[in-house]
Design a protein around this ligand. Structure first.
Ligand code: NDP
Length: 246
């Protein structure tokens, strides 16, 4: 039996890419998965696929940038399964562009989803996990959370922030409440993430990277590794890059 077997795992951004792969892999390993995202139809399809495969899954429409939605998501997970053992704060957007294009709405969206979304996720589950005196929060950063490139200033800022938040959470909660926290930082991964780029020049640049990323299941396996370590082992940081890229 794996550590995630029969555990309740809430996954944001579960309607595509890394979130979808993580939900399917963890459900296959016996976890009870709670899928969250905005696109309800996609969530339902994935939920059905997991159930047909013999797994346990429920889904809930939530915008991570809404504090209220995240509180409701945590309530729904508890209603369905009685507890929350883990949260994968995976939802994210990357409308990259040079700062000079002044795409202020896109900056706001990245900060709302990538930073506030992670904080609201933590706010929704922390009281539950503290009461349980156990829990695990996995936060998705990025290789862009370690280095900045032209067009990635704001996205990188959000992913640096995710690492800071996750490390702060670890220092505060790990010894006191036995709540583990893990930062998972993917390199280029084949998902829909680049679709959120609005800047035509940036889009043209990133189109050259098509097909060079790794499978979202590579990241799902890293997340599953951290969750499956025994409760007294806290895996704090994992970086996963395509072998063929620098
Ligand atoms: P996808 O675009 O495939 O998935 C993003 C997910 O986030 C979708 O399920 C989307 O669902 C959800 N999402 C976006 N905005 C919101 C919102 N406001 N509320 C709730 N859910 C939202 O990309 P990835 O799978 O690649 O991205 C997953 C994570 O991995 C992100 O945090 C990303 O930054 C990170 N990452 C990805 C890399 C890559 O190369 N792909 C590299 C490094 C990090 P919906 O639209 O239905 O709400």
């Amino acid at each position: 039996m794996l550590n995630v077997t029969e555990k309740v795992v809430v996954i944001t951004g579960a309607s595509s890419g890394i979130g979808e792969a993580t939900a399917k892999l963890l459900a296959h390993q016996g976890a009870k998965v709670v899928l969250a995202a905005r696109r309800e139809d996609r969530l339902k399809t994935i939920e059905d696929q997991i159930r047909q495969d013999g797994g346990q899954a429920v889904s809930f429409q939530a915008d991570v940038a809404s504090y209220d939605d995240m509180q409701k998501l945590a309530g729904f997970a508890q209603e369905q399964f009685g507890r929350i053992d883990a949260l994968v704060n995976n939802a994210g957007v990357m409308p990259a562009s040079p700062l000079s294009e002044l795409r202020v709405d896109e900056w706001d969206r990245m900060i709302d989803v990538n930073v506030k979304g992670v904080l609201y996720g933590i706010a929704a589950v922390l009281p539950v996990m503290r009461a349980q005196r156990a829990g695990h929060i996995v936060n998705l950063s990025s290789v862009a959370g370690y280095q900045v490139n032209p067009t990635s200033a704001v996205y990188s800022a959000t992913k640096f922030a995710v690492r800071a938040i996750s490390e702060g959470l670890r220092q505060e909660e790990s010894p006191a409440s036995r709540i583990r926290s893990t930062i998972v930082s993917p390199g280029l991964t084949e998902t829909e993430l680049l679709d959120s780029i609005g800047s035509p020049d940036t889009k043209a640049m990133t189109n050259q990277l098509a097909g060079m990323g790794i499978s979202p299941y590579a990241i799902a396996r890293a997340i599953a590794f951290a969750l499956n370590e025994p409760d007294d082992v806290s895996v704090n940081e994992i970086v996963v890059r395509p072998t063929a890229l620098p």
